[in-house]
Design a protein around this ligand. Structure first.
Ligand code: NAP
Length: 249
């Protein structure tokens, strides 16, 4: 009997890595994305654009038809938006980030609650940006801070489920390519830390980051449900201490 997982954003990056690791660990994975497809017989994928919130209930009804329980749900899909000053960011851009990074996850949690699917553990893929207050990370930082609060609020309403919001550390994905190659490092000094991490152990491949998340699943349950945990605090305490010292808190 397979364990089962729901993962959003499985087409590439961290979500793809998570799907591969969990399938290798004998899970059946239910996944969604706009552009991906199932890549293993122990996987079901549905195309779903999470920015179109009116479609979410129907997508998940179809993806999770006949599912009674899930061992883990990883709400991973997310967008970064453009790195720029808050004063240059329109409300429309902020709304797009909030819809994809926060409201879509709220609707997925509502779907899980109301469909009576028993979920043991939920991870919300957050970011250090939720707390680091870096210039330029405006809309993304707002959305991840809101996601952390969303996890705390749903912890009240899902007492039988353990919820964590986690920062995975730096992961070498399309999102990171944009940050390291396409943004003006002079205008946004926090980018230097990312560039310095390239070709070091701090810049994890999606597979390495996914494996750490999988290994952390039992330990995350030691924290109160609804907690935000930066995995660097567990796996790379020195890196975490340096990060916090550099943060503009
Ligand atoms: N990379 C890092 O260093 C890092 C650090 C901290 C946190 N994170 C977080 O980790 C998560 C994954 O990031 P990543 O680096 O793997 O990003 P990525 O390579 O850009 O992948 C993003 C994933 O999200 C999906 N997605 C985006 N918009 C979507 C939409 N509207 N509907 C459905 N799926 C959508 C994409 O699938 P489609 O395009 O096929 O729809 C893709 O599978 C994000 O929540 C991100 O904020 C990443």
């Amino acid at each position: 009997m397979h364990k089962s997982a729901l993962i959003t954003g499985v087409s590439r990056g961290l979500g793809r890595g998570l799907a591969e690791v969990l399938i290798a660990e004998d899970y059946f994975v239910y996944g969604c994305s706009r552009t991906g497809q199932a890549f293993h017989h122990n996987m079901r994928h549905i195309p779903c654009d999470l920015s179109l919130i009116d479609n979410i209930h129907r997508c998940f009804e179809s993806l999770l038809a006949d599912v009674q329980s899930l061992d883990v749900v990883i709400l991973n899909a997310g967008i970064l938006g453009d790195i720029k000053d808050m004063s240059d960011t329109s409300v429309e851009e902020l709304e797009k980030m909030m819809t994809t990074n926060v409201w879509s996850n709220k609707l997925i949690l509502d779907f899980l609650l109301r469909s009576d699917i028993h979920v043991k553990q939920i991870l919300l893929i957050s970011s250090g940006a939720a707390v680091l207050v870096n210039k330029g990370w405006g809309g993304y930082a707002l959305s991840k801070a809101a996601l952390n609060m969303l996890g705390k609020l749903y912890a009240h309403e899902m007492p039988a489920t353990h919820i964590s919001a986690i920062a995975p550390g730096l992961v070498d994905t399309d999102m990171m390519d944009y940050l390291c190659n396409d943004v003006d490092g002079d205008a946004f000094p926090a980018l230097q830390r990312l560039k310095d991490a390239q070709d070091t152990d701090s810049m994890q491949t999606p597979e390495v980051a996914a494996r750490k998340i999988f290994e952390a699943l039992p330990a995350l349950k030691d924290f109160a449900s609804g907690s935000f945990i930066d995995l660097r605090k567990i796996f790379s305490p020195d890196e975490y201490t340096d990060l916090m010292k550099a943060a503009k808190l």
